[in-house]
Design a protein around this ligand. Structure first.
Ligand SMILES: [Zn+2]
Length: 66
């Protein structure tokens, strides 16, 4: 138990998007309590969404430029 005391305490970081879906996905371990993280699956989803939004905005701009 001496090792556990000498090493800094680690807190599990869970993906809040997974939590909303009723799952607990461990993203990482952090030395800071309640730090936020995102799992790979949801990071990909958010990136895809952002890309689609950007494409949508670009399409609208093209319409106005015509
Ligand atoms: Zn997730």
């Amino acid at each position: 138990m001496k090792d556990a005391l000498s090493s800094p305490k680690k807190y599990p970081v869970y993906c809040p998007w997974c939590k909303k879906e009723g799952r607990t996905t461990l993203v990482a371990m952090s030395t800071v309590e309640y730090s936020s993280g995102i799992c790979k699956k949801h990071a990909d989803e958010l990136r895809k969404q952002a890309k689609e939004q950007a494409a949508h905005q670009a399409a609208q701009l093209n319409m106005f430029n015509r």
